[in-house]
Write a protein that binds this ligand. Structure first.
Ligand code: SAH
Length: 393
């Protein structure tokens, strides 16, 4: 693990063209100060904002690395990051916030292309084959998953290509071919072919084991995820008798990490692949008190409420766009004693907190967590309760 100077800004050779790290020009200490200020500005009106929990070593934290493949002006294969607002690729060899081994796998694939006569896809002419490579690493297990995103399932020299790649990187436990023949910004298509291994990797969080498929959401900074989940679970103050709703549950990570402390956990998630992973994950951890269902969070909660479902604790972790009227009004109707909101965007969080506080909830604790050092993004976890409900914080 390299050590990052927290007092001085860390130089990066791609800084000018990449745009991935909006706060690269600031020292880590200054970045944290800025994020704290943003949280206070947006969330301060709801209560005291605790000091942000930063990283001990804010480098190489990303367990998921994505590289776009294309041709440079001389029609030579390149891989890297899209320049902001365009489809020009900034060639990136090695990135300070990405897992080093995943970056090495991507470089290796790039260097192997000519020998295996693999053409990168050219958006202008619509010719070529390989569009993106995605590498995910389980930091706790060391397992590597490689996803090749291409326009067709035909991979002529697949066998020798995989043989060489796996020989160079024995940590690769699975390779998946994802087929995406559509134009547009979405990286992964809906069709997949497992080329070797089980088609997923495993990782460990808070002592629980998780199976991660190519298209499932999984937190990209596992070190800080444990801090974040630990805080959310602490704030839930569970005694073992509660029914917990894990809304926007992804592969079930939050619910499964707290399942030992609750009577039962119900998870709701839109992405069917993630729900399959969540069900597998509950089984993998020998948990018999977790159920997961696929669907829109608001729609599902409405249907469950009609059947008399009354959660004691709602944990919600929506995407950056935040929650919606339907889900929030259902929460207000179901009136669980505690709501824990995990958010990756303080702006949409503030918008949703306004609705929940106007509906009778009191904000009891606001904790920012730095999940994305060097970028402008900031995560927060907020505990709310109905008046008179005792909280442990
Ligand atoms: N709690 C999980 C996932 C959080 S990311 C974790 O910590 O890993 C947000 C999740 O919300 C994604 O998995 C996404 O697929 C899901 N999602 C997005 N819109 C949704 C909706 N309307 N209803 C339910 N889930 C949704």
């Amino acid at each position: 693990m390299i050590s990052v100077d927290k007092v001085k800004p860390v130089p990066c050779p791609y800084e000018k063209r990449c745009g991935g790290c909006q706060l690269r020009h600031l020292s880590y200490t200054e970045q944290l100060r800025r994020k704290q200020g943003r949280c206070i500005a947006l969330l301060g009106p709801f209560g005291h904002v605790q000091p942000i929990l930063g990283m001990e070593e804010p480098a190489r934290y990303r367990n998921k690395v994505h590289a776009a493949f294309g041709l440079d002006r001389k029609r030579k294969p390149v891989c890297g990051i899209y320049q902001p607002g365009s489809h020009a690729i900034v060639p990136v060899e090695d990135c300070l916030i990405e897992d080093a081994e995943s970056d090495a796998v991507i470089r290796q694939i790039r260097d192997m292309l000519p020998r295996y006569r693999i053409q990168t896809f050219d958006e202008r002419s619509g010719t070529g084959w390989l569009r993106h490579v995605l590498v995910r690493r389980g930091f706790a297990t060391g397992q590597l998953m490689v996803v090749l995103v291409a326009v067709s399932p035909i991979f002529k020299l697949q066998k020798p290509f995989l043989k060489e790649l796996l020989e160079k990187f024995p940590a690769i436990t699975t390779v998946v071919l994802n087929i995406n023949d559509r134009f547009g910004p979405v990286v992964l298509g809906t069709r997949e072919k497992v080329l070797c291994g089980p088609g997923y990797i495993e990782d460990v969080l808070c002592g629980k084991r998780f199976r991660i498929s190519p298209r499932s959401f999984y937190q990209i900074n596992p070190v800080q995820t444990e801090t974040l989940y630990g805080k959310a679970i602490e704030l839930a103050g569970l005694s073992g008798t509660e029914t917990v709703l894990d809304a926007y549950c992804g592969i079930g990570t939050i619910g499964i990490c707290l399942a030992d402390k609750a009577r039962q956990v119900i998870g709701v998630e839109l992405n069917r692949d993630a729900v399959k992973d969540a069900i597998g994950n509950a089984r993998l951890n020998g948990l018999k008190n977790c159920w997961f269902t696929a669907g829109d969070a608001g729609e599902s909660l409405e249907a469950m409420a009609r059947d008399g479902f009354r959660p004691d604790v709602v944990i919600m972790d929506p995407p950056r766009s935040g929650s919606d009227e339907r889900f929030l009004s259902c929460v207000l109707k179901a009136a669980p004693p505690k709501v824990i909101y995990v958010s990756c965007d303080p702006e949409t969080l503030a918008r949703d907190l306004k609705i929940l506080t106007q509906g009778g909830y009191q904000v009891r604790h606001i904790q920012p967590v730095d999940m994305f050092p060097f970028t402008e993004h900031v995560e927060s976890v907020v505990l709310m309760s109905r008046a008179g409900v005792e909280c442990t914080v």
